[in-house]
Write a new protein. Structure first.
Length: 507
């Protein structure tokens, strides 16, 4: 690895520490208090108490025979005071000469308050815990009123994602995003556990993919000489469990789809899916509203959020309308008047709505009308229900209208966050749906849904009527943290290789 001048200078410091007999990466550390705990101890009457703190050096101010510095850990920062007469010449000189911002240190000493009023650890023992060879891209901090404004040196968005470790180290607000994410997942688990759901784990590597309309990633098992797919959904395995006697199950886990990236799509993402026997899609609508609002209140302390400049209230009841009504309102087109793909395509062209030819009737509705015209304008929580049958192969048909199924999607902030059905539990109907999908779509079409004979076999044993639900955790966290891109709420999002980007810029 080629080192920069600053890295070479730090490497020389590391070598000097070793020459002094210091281990710059000792095998163990001691800590009695976090920064926040040490400050709280002082404020509770602990002046003069001895503490041992650990963390990164965030500032250093040498003032002759005394040096002030700040040490930062996950809980916050605390000032330390190093005096020549307390530490001795060797340690004090080593700190002055060979310690840098970003180094991890261990400092033991007594709690005091300086003349300027800052709670401080007066250090009696100091150790290096980890020498940082690359300087972190810290910017400047400025107190503005009652808040701290940070001017970061790490501003390139792509570089922030590539070096998330540096992004987290220098941006406390980014660390807070992922604390909110963790609290969100924990709150969802509590919500479902309290309502009798059982958390389970289903296969990620699957011999047949299914449960969604998406292109899978393919891998190969060498020993078995078998192609396998990374799951695109948890659905079909979770519903097998209803056949087995569980009545309420859920899973929170990674799914993988070999599709394009966008502000709301990443090749791997986190989904919540649950299935509840004896519920239909209207009962699941109620559960969706209750869950999102309850989790928001627990995690954020309120159901009112701000997203992309919009004030959004997540409290029930949410607006509900049929998909047909929403599309008619947005486009003036009543798609039920055009029962074939050719007729609907011509209607879109006459209305001046661009559409790709050769799509199925359902896909024209879903992609061109719903995604293109309706979804971006659904800012306040909205549930659209009753969807075309040919884009919902796993949902139960409406008794009064076999061209539509009992399905809904929930939208907030101009994007879909949830998808749910009254699940199909007739095995003969399900088999026929799979066969129809095979005729409607080309084999390479990402909307194709392969026949899963084992799933049909499971249904043949009898599956109770049930309501199913899927929600993107990443998108919910985007809403809770007011982040415009899914890559802001995934710790290590997928990115193009650097060489590809360079080649694109050069051409």
């Amino acid at each position: 690895m080629e080192l920069s001048d600053l890295e070479r200078q730090r490497l020389e410091k590391l070598q000097r520490l070793r020459a002094r007999g210091w281990d710059p990466y000792p095998p163990r550390a001691e800590r009695t208090h976090s920064a926040a705990q040490a400050i709280a101890l002082y404020e509770a009457g602990g002046e003069g108490q001895e503490v041992t703190i650990t963390g990164r050096l965030r500032s250093i101010r040498v003032m002759g025979k005394a040096t002030f510095a700040h040490v930062e850990d996950e809980s916050g920062k605390i000032q330390i005071l190093l005096r020549l007469n307390l530490l001795g010449e060797e340690v004090y000189e080593a700190f002055e000469r060979d310690f840098d911002l970003g180094d991890f240190v261990e400092a033991k000493g007594r709690l005091m308050r300086t003349r300027t009023g800052e709670i401080t650890v007066e250090v009696t023992r100091l150790r290096m815990l980890a020498k940082a060879l690359t300087p972190l891209p810290w910017g400047k901090e400025q107190q503005v009123g009652d808040r701290i404004v940070r001017y970061s040196a790490l501003t390139d968005v792509e570089e922030r994602y590539r070096q998330r470790y540096a992004d987290l180290a220098v941006h406390p607000e980014v660390r807070e995003i992922f604390r909110i994410r963790a609290r969100t997942v924990a709150a969802i688990r509590r919500f479902l556990d309290e309502r009798g759901f059982l958390e389970v784990e289903t296969p990620i590597l699957q011999p047949v993919y299914g449960g969604a309309a998406a292109r899978p990633f393919i891998t190969h098992h060498n020993q078995l000489n078998q192609d396998l797919y990374l799951r695109i959904s948890d659905e079909l395995y979770l519903k097998r469990l209803l056949v087995g006697g569980f009545e309420r199950v859920y899973e929170i886990g990674r799914d993988f789809r070999n599709e394009g990236v966008s502000f709301k799509h990443n090749p791997e993402f986190t989904m919540l899916e649950f299935y509840a026997a004896y519920l239909d899609y209207r009962a699941v609508m109620d559960l969706c509203e209750e869950m999102v609002s309850t989790v928001a209140r627990e995690v954020l302390g309120t159901t009112v959020i701000t997203y992309e400049g919009h004030t959004i209230d997540l409290a029930p009841p949410w607006r509900r309308m049929t998909l047909r009504e929403a599309i008619l309102e947005a486009s003036g087109i009543d798609y039920t008047r055009y029962p074939t793909a050719d007729a609907l395509y011509q209607a879109l062209r006459e209305a001046g709505i661009p559409a790709q030819p050769g799509q199925t009737w359902g896909k024209l509705i879903d992609k061109e009308l719903l995604s293109g015209l309706v979804e971006p304008n659904l800012i306040q929580p909205t549930i659209l229900y009753d969807y075309p049958r040919d884009i919902s192969p796993l949902a139960k048909a409406k008794p009064e209208d076999p061209t539509h199924v009992e399905r809904f999607e929930a939208f907030i902030g101009g994007m879909e966050i949830a998808n749910a059905f009254s699940e199909l539990n007739d095995p003969l109907d399900q088999e026929q749906r799979f066969l129809e999908m095979g005729r409607l779509y080309r084999a390479e079409d990402e909307e194709a849904h392969p026949m899963d004979e084992d799933y049909i076999r499971a249904m043949m044993y009898g599956m109770p009527p049930n309501g199913g639900f899927g929600m993107g955790i990443d998108r919910l966290v985007m809403l809770f943290t007011d982040r415009p891109s899914i890559r802001e709420v995934i710790l290590f999002p997928h990115l193009r290789p650097r060489d590809t980007e360079h080649a694109k810029r050069e051409t």
